[in-house]
Design a protein around this ligand. Sequence first.
Ligand code: CIR
Length: 254
Amino acid sequence: MKFSRAIVRKPGNSYVNGLTTSDLGTPDFELALEQHAAYVEALKQTGLDVTVLEADERFPDSTFVEDTAVLTEKCAVITNPGAESRNGEIEDMKLVLPRFYDTIEYIQAPGFLDGGDVMQVDNHFYVGLSTRTNEEGAIQFREILSKYGYEVTIVPLKEFFHLKTGIAYLGNDLLVLAGEFIDSELFSKYKHLVVEKEVEYSANCIHINDYVIIPKGFESTKKQITDAGYNVIELDMSEFRKQDGGLSCLSLRF
Ligand code: CIR
């Protein structure tokens, strides 16, 4: 799949008060801003035209823009984020996405869905059931996307926070997988690039055009992806990891 654009949102001062389950400490806001700027540069390096939205202090987690929408070649789906403190983030997306899409669909209560629970593999979408995405949300998503000719498979999660916390698609039928997904029947038809438990944070990587962006400091993953023939860009993600964020969470790519 060829990507041409991305949408990101700068973290605000309130970022340090966002949701997290990690025990890595409070993020350094200035460093988060620097890491975010490097992320934007990396997206540009892959060939994307990047729309940078200004920080929204009302929503500490709003830099994790991926959770607010799923952007496909045929339509945009505005989600209904499962965390109460984040749900209002979609209001601004309702204003932004019509700049890029004529066809916009919505997940509606009692359905909840976070974009981090959705992975696209060519014409097939996988949607995880997590603490943020419920069955009703996943079924609505399947109904919407089937209208556009896409296939949707629902994946109950056991341990991962979001689906894409532990899995990424690199194109050419190749998946990066960690933990509970390694032996899952659902993904057995694809080629596997397995990342071990100690480095599973690097399973959340992003394939854009000729590049794969991975978090910095994961040498075994870097080697595997380089050996598979990809150009690798590494980014320091320390201040986003502290708030349970990975590389995919910071952008909508389309
Ligand atoms: C949250 O708990 O919602 C944020 N602190 C992290 C969201 C990460 N997003 C993602 O995995 N797609």
